[in-house]
Structure formats: structure tokens, C-alpha cells
Ligand binder design. Structure first.
Ligand SMILES: Nc1ncnc2c1ncn2[C@@H]1O[C@H](COP(=O)(O)OP(=O)(O)OP(=O)(O)O)[C@@H](O)[C@H]1O
Length: 241
């Protein structure tokens, strides 16, 4: 389909004897929030890394914006937040943001305003001039999130973005993600927080190396005869296990 922003076709990935992804088909369409869920070790980060071209599939193919990955040109159009923070600890948050904004090619005269905009989303404006080494874990997650938002990329990929973030701010971040989606941006997010999985447009459940369910939360709940995505997850795991 032409509006596939991410498309994995028959992707297989093996580490040693362990088959993590087994001929997975998975796509994310323009202007939707897709939540990728699954038990720890199911291969969620591996899907993301293959989509980004950071890992190479043993078989199958990943495309982003119809370009076969890895492809450097595509990277400028997306924002990525990894599961572990990759920040310059000895610099302030503002200096980190300045560095990443320049890397992304944001025009110099727009950088200060852009830093203010993304810091406001995660309530970091009053801490921007502190060194990252003095940041708490949650503050570092929030800073990583702002880096992914810099420049309003058309595709945002977030690996466990709200770990260590308190409930009020978590809600604010989800409101922002939905706003971005309404503006036409595309978002892929992994989460262990099942309440968050209720907020996405489509949930993909990864289990046993395959995407075993892939639909709107309410559709999946009806299909499984339960009232929450948490129960879909538990029921699916129970059936597989
Ligand atoms: N570089 C690697 N070398 C060997 N095994 C790996 C490597 N990367 C991932 N794996 C294995 O692949 C499996 C899937 O890992 P992955 O990080 O994709 O899972 P996940 O679903 O993101 O887990 P979590 O929710 O705990 O973050 C795990 O069993 C992991 O140990």
C-alpha cells in the first residue's frame, strides 16, 4: 500500500539458535499511532532496529517511506527514542538539544525556539540548563523524548518512552502524540503499560516470533471477548503458552 510508512515483509531474525522474528509481516500507515506490545524478549526492539536499519534481517525486507533499509537519507525524516538513553552527560540538556538539532539540520535561527517547544511538551523548560549527569532517570527519558520530537519529523519511533515518567506527565505526552497524529505524523511506540495500549489507533501483539493480533484496541477486545488490552494480552499469552 502506498501509505505504508514502515513495512516489514516476511522478516526473519535469528540470534544464534534463537529465532526472534519468524517471517513477520508488519506495517505502520501514514497518520496513525501503532502500539507494539508483547512480553519481554518478544522482539519489539528488534522490529524497531530492523525498521531503522540498525539490525539486518536474515530474510525478508524492511522499507521506510518506501526506501529499503538501511538508507541514510531516510534517517533525517524520523525521530527515534531508543530504550536506553544516549545523552551527553557532561553537557546541559540545552546543549544536548542544540547538538542534536544541528545534526538534524534544523536551521540555526530556529533552534532556540524549537528547543523551547519540545521542552515544554515534557515539562523540562526550567531544567534545560542543568547538566544531564545531575538528571534523574525520568528526566533523562523526557530529554530523550524531546530529541525524538525535534524538527517535527514525519515518523516518530519510540521504544518504551514513558518508563519512569509520572502519570500526569505521561498523560500529557500521550495527548501530544495524539496531536502529532492529528497533524499527519506517524508514530510507532512500544510499551509495557497496557493503559497506554488503549490509546493507540492500532495494537500489534508480538508473540512467539509472530504478530498474532493487529487491530484497533476495541476490535481486539471484542474479538477476544474481554474488556481491556491487558486481558487480550493475557488471553493470547495463555493460548500460546
Ligand atoms: N544483539 C543481540 N544478540 C543476541 N541476542 C539478542 C540481541 N538482541 C536481542 N537479542 C535477543 O532477542 C530477543 C528479543 O529482544 P528484544 O530486545 O527485541 O525484545 P523486546 O520485546 O524489545 O524486549 P523488552 O520488552 O524486554 O525490551 C531477546 O531474547 C534478546 O535476548
Amino acid at each position: 500500500m502506498t501509505n505504508d510508512i514502515i513495512r516489514l515483509t516476511q522478516v526473519t531474525k535469528q540470534y544464534g539458535q534463537q529465532v526472534v522474528l519468524d517471517a513477520v509481516d508488519f506495517s505502520v500507515h501514514q497518520g496513525e499511532i501503532v502500539g507494539l506490545i508483547g512480553p519481554s524478549g518478544a522482539g519489539k526492539s528488534t522490529i524497531i532496529k530492523i525498521a531503522l536499519g540498525m539490525e539486518i534481517a536474515d530474510a525478508g525486507q524492511a522499507t521506510v517511506f518506501t526506501k529499503v533499509m538501511p538508507n541514510r537519507k531516510v534517517l533525517g525524516q524520523l525521530g527515534y527514542m531508543a530504550q536506553s538513553d544516549a545523552l551527553y552527560e557532561q553537557l546541559t540538556a540545552r546543549e544536548n538539544l542544540q547538538f542534536f538539532a544541528e545534526m538534524k539540520g534544523i536551521p540555526r535561527q530556529k533552534i532556540a525556539g524549537e528547543i523551547q517547544r519540545v521542552a515544554t511538551i515534557v515539562a523540562l523548560t526550567s531544567d534545560l540548563d542543568k547538566r544531564v549527569s545531575g538528571y534523574s532517570g525520568g528526566m533523562k527519558r523526557r530529554l530523550s523524548l524531546t530529541i525524538a520530537f525535534l524538527g517535527n519529523p514525519s515518523l516518530v519511533i519510540l521504544d518504551e518512552p514513558t518508563v519512569g515518567i509520572d502519570p500526569a506527565l505521561r498523560r500529557q505526552i500521550w495527548t501530544e502524540l495524539q496531536h502529532m497524529r492529528d497533524q499527519g505524523q506517524t508514530i510507532l511506540v512500544t510499551t509495557h503499560v497496557m493503559d497506554e495500549a488503549e490509546l493507540v489507533d492500532r495494537v500489534a501483539l508480538l508473540l512467539g516470533g509472530a504478530v498474532i493480533a493487529n487491530d484497533a484496541p476495541k476490535v481486539l477486545e471484542a474479538e477476544y471477548g474481554v474488556n481491556s488490552i491487558e486481558d487480550v494480552f493475557l488471553k493470547a499469552e495463555g493460548v500460546k503458552g
